[in-house]
Write a protein that binds this ligand. Structure first.
Ligand SMILES: Cc1cc2nc3c(=O)[nH]c(=O)nc-3n(C[C@H](O)[C@H](O)[C@H](O)COP(=O)(O)OP(=O)(O)OC[C@H]3O[C@@H](n4cnc5c(N)ncnc54)[C@H](O)[C@@H]3O)c2cc1C
Length: 398
């Protein structure tokens, strides 16, 4: 009887986890099913590029996973029953249910309107492809001199504002930030950001906390208004509500609480990776929602599952940060080097070299997804703990 591993979500984390599991385990022992709502991989880190009219390389899962032994199922996950070990899905062939022995939950995240009035009606977002395509269509219809306000002074807001300003120099682009511009960066990084914003003519509204979004303006909590033909909302991400509706232990943010092997603290058959997981990193700080931590979390979970199934050694790798890679349009960038727990150190790379570095990082992230099994030694071990009639029986390795 094969051990059934179901991976939910084929973003960076889920796709990498599925591919790595296929490399670690023998086909005769496990059945790996990867469920995703869409038939192709979405490079979320390039959604600001998509929104500004750039073409992204199509990456169909059918090609990516051909010959790997991973069965790709295109369906929307509508629920998880973590006690019955089943997943409810709906797809082209109607509603269905998938049973699992081990579940890898990797449904990622979407935009986070934070309950601010008017966001749902009036704001645009770039957390996923449908939002980016909607903004792309709206930007294309804007005439010269119209104003775009990007709300959110974090990495996504900075990338969106610079990309739009570079692609459409005829527009007025502004950034509304709750704090200053790039406050968390090193002095060198901050200074570079200030220069690039100046060069691209982006207005910065500092210490501006948006209290509501209207059709043609954003209004701060203190009543100050800034005109906006288009408002782009980029104030962080929120996870999908599916995990919260289960008996899995979740954090206040709705992320699944996991241990150092990315295993649910409440349900040992469930692992969570990427944005969907509440995992602690260096300094006992939650890992930031990012590819930077999502990718190693997928490696870690896959290796832990394989170790537990085969009686091998559990991996003990601490997930850490090295840098924050920020695109500032296509020709400029900022690589801010950081401590293991993501605090800026003085060193930073700027300019065209940084843009190339960032492009390389994006390319290799997508390459890692498209080739999840390449570059790894084939160390397939036999599963020693196959599914029993009563469900999976996984032994905790010593
Ligand atoms: C514009 C932008 C720029 C970014 N830049 C960076 C960066 O430079 N560096 C960095 O580290 N991070 C960056 N990020 C963050 C990064 O993209 C995310 O943290 C990362 O994509 C998370 O990976 P994931 O696999 O957990 O989730 P996702 O990539 O969101 O993948 C989740 C997958 O699950 C699928 N899914 C969701 N719900 C369902 C459902 N109900 N049923 C079936 N399938 C479903 C989705 O279709 C998707 O394929 C950026 C994000 C954005 C939006």
């Amino acid at each position: 009887m094969q051990h059934r591993i179901v991976v939910l979500g084929a973003g960076y984390a889920g796709a990498i986890a599925a591919g790595r599991l296929a490399k670690r385990l023998r086909r005769e022992d496990v059945a790996i099913t990867l469920v995703n709502a869409e038939p192709d991989f979405v490079e979320r880190v390039r959604m600001h590029q998509l929104a500004t009219g750039q073409r992204l390389k199509p990456r169909p899962f059918a090609e990516m996973f051909a010959g790997t032994g991973v069965e790709v199922r295109i369906a929307k996950v509508t629920g998880v029953d973590a006690d019955r070990r089943t997943v409810a899905v709906t797809g082209a062939d109607g509603d269905g249910e998938l049973a699992y022995d081990t579940l890898v939950y990797a449904l990622g995240s979407g935009w986070n309107p934070q309950g601010v009035p008017g966001t749902a009606e009036h704001a645009y977002e770039i957390a996923g492809r449908p939002g980016a395509l909607r903004l792309r269509e709206r930007l294309a219809r804007l005439g010269a001199g119209q104003t775009v306000v990007v709300v959110g002074g974090g990495l996504t807001g900075v990338e969106a504002a610079t990309e739009i300003a570079e692609a459409r120099p005829d527009l007025r682009v502004a950034l509304a930030a709750r704090d200053g511009l790039g406050d968390w960066l090193s002095p060198k990084g901050r200074e570079h950001l200030r220069k690039v914003f100046g060069r691209l003519g982006i207005t910065v509204h500092k210490h501006f906390t948006v209290g509501s979004v209207e059709a043609d303006r954003v209004v701060a909590a203190d009543g100050t208004a800034v005109p906006a033909a288009v408002t782009v909302w980029a104030t962080g991400f929120a996870v999908h509500p599916i995990a919260q509706a289960t008996t899995l232990e979740v954090s206040e943010t709705g992320q699944i609480v996991v241990d150092g092997t990315l295993r649910s603290v409440s349900h040992p058959d469930v692992y969570a990776v990427g944005d969907a997981a509440m995992a602690m990193g260096p300094g006992n700080k939650p890992l930031r929602m990012s590819c930077a931590s999502g990718t190693p979390s997928a490696w870690q979970a896959a290796d832990a599952i394989a170790a537990r199934l085969t009686g091998g050694k559990l991996p003990h790798v601490s997930i850490r940060y090295f840098n924050q890679c920020v695109s500032l349009g296509r020709k400029d960038g900022l690589i801010q080097f950081v401590t293991a727990d993501d605090r800026a150190v003085p060193a930073a790379l700027t300019g065209r070299l940084a843009a190339l570095y960032k492009e390389l990082v994006c390319k290799s992230a997508a390459w890692g997804v498209a080739n999840p099994t390449l570059g790894m030694p084939a160390r397939r071990r036999p599963v020693t703990h196959k599914r029993t009639a009563a469900g999976s029986a996984l032994r905790e390795p010593a």
